[in-house]
Ligand binder design. Structure first.
Ligand code: UD1
Length: 384
């Protein structure tokens, strides 16, 4: 099967530079024609974003559309709201195409790809992601998270779609023996079924790429995504009680929760609370754009690549609390309690490989990011 999009790209660029017509174009005109040509290629590139109404997905749709890509979102809306599409439109001026179904449904997935044969690349976010729930409902997590990737890969092979970017997580490293973690840091046994689905899906993708050379995959290992779009029109909206730190902090500040429980102050860290690498969700979304372009332009070095997406800085839970209090001027009600089962002590990324190879770097600082999370919470709750 031919790698349609990549082949088209290379052939057309070569033809252009090999065909002087009339007066040879000046260098400036050449540049303009070339960038128009690249722009046209971009405009013709349709990207499927699964889970595109979710937290990271919605921010990524905004970045893709702003860069000129045509986006189609598939989401079963099990953990997100259809109104997100209107807010994406408000930011980027365009409402993405949308279909509601579960990618774990093989027949519906096949029917979808059969009707959208012009998809050039896929970003696969759609998955169940609550660590605690995955311990209670392991079969649901394995079925939903593994079968959806299998169905997508089946369709990629069947309909000739080469490119996929997969949402993985730094959870695959467990508690690393050495910090910071590079992409070659050994993966460890997962602490939860959720974490294991990330690990197994990485293996599925790697094996599929090995078996079908026309496939190209990038796994992006996210550290801890936080914050919201600066417009405050999209952000993280957990259903029920938030499991993650920053939504719990903003909901406590908004009065929805009476106090934040800080899980442990007896870790081997400077202030005793656990350390993570918190990355702004817009920075994270931009990395997806870079990864997609790397695949579309055949710049990947191997069929399957892995990148850490973090900032390279570790912050403790108490530093996050203090940072939030500083930027908002609010006093947060919190109490230190026992460690949370399954939590690791500390992790942060070595970002060298992503910085050099992708030419991407997380740019936003912690304070700006925490403020964006609070502005989003305020807008959602109608707080002035
Ligand atoms: C977890 C997952 C990660 C997943 C991410 C999804 C693991 C080990 N980690 O990250 O794979 O991608 O969720 O968003 O599976 N904390 C409190 N009080 C709270 C909530 C959290 O003190 O109410 C602390 C935690 O103990 C932890 C830190 O804040 O030290 C960050 O926790 P959280 O936001 O839940 O993220 P992770 O557990 O790091």
């Amino acid at each position: 099967m031919a790698d349609v999009h990549a082949v088209n790209f290379d052939t057309k660029v070569t033809k252009f530079s090999d065909q002087p017509e009339g007066n040879p174009p000046t260098r400036r005109r050449q540049t303009i024609i070339f960038s128009n040509f690249v722009q046209k290629l971009i405009m013709n590139s349709k990207i499927l974003v699964t889970g595109g109404t979710g937290y990271i997905g919605s921010h990524t749709v905004v970045e893709l559309q702003t860069a000129g890509y045509e986006v189609i979102v598939v989401d079963d809306l099990s953990n997100s709201n259809i109104d997100v599409l209107d807010n994406i439109e408000q930011i980027s001026g365009k409402k993405p195409a949308f279909e509601q179904f579960s990618l774990a449904d093989a027949a519906k997935t096949d029917d979808f790809f059969n009707r959208h044969r012009d998809i050039a690349a896929i970003i696969h976010f759609a998955a169940s992601k609550a660590v605690g729930e995955s311990v209670q409902l392991p079969l649901h997590y394995y079925r939903n998270n593994l079968v959806s990737l299998l169905n997508i890969l089946d369709c990629q092979v069947k309909y000739g779609i080469s490119n996929i970017v997969f949402s993985s997580s730094c959870t695959v490293y467990g508690q690393p023996d050495k910090l910071p973690v590079t992409e070659t840091t050994p993966r460890k046994d997962a602490e939860s079924p959720y974490g294991n689905t990330k690990r197994v899906n990485e293996d599925i993708l790697q094996d599929a790429v090995r078996a079908y050379p026309q496939l190209k995959g990038i796994a992006l290992r996210y550290f801890n995504p936080i914050g919201a779009h600066p417009s405050a029109l999209i952000g993280e909206l957990p259903l029920g009680i938030p499991q993650n730190l920053v939504p719990f902090i903003t909901q406590t500040a908004a009065g929805l929760r009476s106090e934040l429980l800080v899980f442990g102050d007896d870790y081997d860290t400077p202030d005793g609370s656990a350390i993570r690498d918190y990355i702004n969700v817009v920075d994270l979304a931009k990395a997806h754009l870079v990864a997609i372009e790397r695949l579309l332009q055949n710049q990947n070095k191997t069929g399957y690549e892995v990148f850490n997406l973090g900032t390279g800085n570790g912050y403790s839970v108490l530093e996050i609390v203090k940072g939030f209090e500083k930027v908002t001027g609010l006093k947060l009600n919190y109490r230190i309690v026992e460690r949370r089962a399954g939590d690791i002590e500390k992790i942060w990324a070595d970002t060298t490989f992503a910085n050099q190879e992708l030419g991407w770097k997380a740019e936003k600082g912690l304070e700006e990011t925490l403020l964006s999370a609070w502005n989003w919470e305020k807008r959602v709750r109608g707080i002035r």
